[in-house]
Structure formats: structure tokens, C-alpha cells
Design a protein around this ligand. Structure first.
Ligand code: SF4
Length: 220
């Protein structure tokens, strides 16, 4: 059993936060365990909770289509996960204590998968990983250094479905930006780049724990 499979098995019985009580199952993540490109969303919704996979339904179909058209790959060649692995009741926003309880799973996924680029989908995932209060409209259109990984924020596909053509076009542009970064690593990376959530990732991809915040590491 791989380390990622062991982590999945550990998460399957997790009761670290209150979301355990209302879930059908833990939605750990899907895709290539060695993917160069990783997508991170917010939390499972109704269908994800039932099916056990992130980004199913209409928003998942849009994501799959855009990834296929702009990157030339299908979802099985990427890895897709959420910041929080269990469905919040009524699709409410995850609470800070739930995010903190679940964060080690995401950090370890990034460590074990070792992607070159992480694309955050929507406000929630972008704020959680970059440790910013900035909204996605301002955060997107750039890439950021996230430890040894490039981070490219874009809209949540559900928001793009509601927003229409302009938002979808901007999502496409963000995916093109992510594609251009594949095959490279951020330059001049210090030993550790902390995030204000208290977690950080070493240049070796190893998650470490920090206790202080740093400004956003925007790439040139
Ligand atoms: S949301 Fe995360 S921390 Fe909370 S019970 Fe589920 S797997 Fe555990």
C-alpha cells in the first residue's frame, strides 16, 4: 500500500472535527498520485458526499472540459482534492476549527503527490492556501510561490457556471497560465515558506508546521 493509500485509509475513519457526524463518506481526493497538476477546491457538496469523489456534477463537468481543452489532459491525469474532506451540513462554509483539523491531510497530499502546480478553485481554497483575505477576482491572473510549488488561483467552476462566458474565459486563461508553469519549480525558494494558516511546505515538498504569517509570495 502506498503512503497516499495509507493516508486515505486513515482519513476514511477520521473524527477529528464535527463534520464527521454528518458525512456519508470522506471525500479524500482522486486522480494520478504522481500528478504534476493538482486542483484544490473547498469542500464536498451533496453529490460529492454521496459519490465519494470531488467535483462531480455540472461544475465537475465544466472543470473536466476546460482541463481537456486548455491542458490537453483528462481528470485522471491530474489530482483533485478539497481543503476540507467531509461535507459541511447544508453546504455551509467550513469553520476555522474544521479547516485547521483537516489541513494536515491536504498538506500531506501535496507532499506525497509532489505536483509542480496547484490550481486553487474559488475564494475559499485560494484564501486557505495563500493565507490572504483577498477575493478570487483580485487574486487570480497571477501565480504565486507556495513552497516548492507554483500556485495559480482561479474561479470555482460552480461560480463560472453562474457567471457565464467572461468568467469561463478567465478560467481558461488561468489554466493556460498553469500549463505554462508545468515542468518548472519556483525559483529562489527559501527553506520554508510559511502560510498564515500555520502550515508551510519545505523546498523538498515536506509539510512543516509554522506559527507565523508571511506576505503572499507572488511570482514575477
Ligand atoms: S473534515 Fe477532515 S478533519 Fe474533519 S472529520 Fe472529515 S477528514 Fe476529519
Amino acid at each position: 500500500m502506498s503512503a497516499l493509500d495509507e493516508l486515505r485509509a486513515a482519513a476514511a475513519g477520521c473524527t477529528r472535527c464535527a463534520l464527521a457526524a454528518g458525512r456519508t463518506q470522506v471525500v479524500f481526493g482522486v486522480g494520478d498520485p504522481h500528478a504534476a497538476l493538482m486542483f484544490v477546491g473547498e469542500a464536498p457538496g451533496y453529490h460529492e458526499d454521496l459519490q465519494g469523489a470531488p467535483f462531480v456534477g455540472r461544475s465537475g463537468q465544466l472543470l473536466d472540459r476546460l482541463v481537456r481543452q486548455e491542458l490537453g489532459v483528462d481528470r485522471s491525469q491530474c489530482y483533485i482534492a478539497n481543503v476540507v474532506k467531509c461535507r459541511p451540513p447544508g453546504n455551509r462554509d467550513p469553520r476555522p476549527e474544521e479547516i485547521a483539523a483537516c489541513r494536515p491531510y491536504l498538506d500531506e497530499q501535496v507532499h506525497l503527490i509532489g505536483p509542480q502546480v496547484v490550481v486553487t478553485l474559488g475564494n475559499f481554497a485560494t484564501r486557505a492556501l495563500l493565507g490572504t483575505a483577498e477575493g478570487i477576482s483580485r487574486a487570480r491572473g497571477k501565480s504565486y510561490r507556495f513552497g516548492s510549488v507554483h500556485l495559480v488561483p482561479t474561479y470555482h467552476p460552480a461560480a463560472a457556471l453562474r457567471g457565464g462566458g467572461d468568467m469561463v474565459a478567465e478560467m481558461r486563461a488561468d489554466l493556460v497560465r498553469a500549463k505554462a508553469l508545468l515542468g518548472s519549480r519556483p525559483s529562489a525558494t527559501p527553506d520554508h515558506v510559511p502560510t498564515p494558516t500555520g502550515a508551510s511546505i519545505s523546498t523538498r515538498g515536506e509539510p512543516v508546521r509554522g506559527d507565523h504569517a508571511e506576505p503572499l509570495q507572488e511570482e514575477p
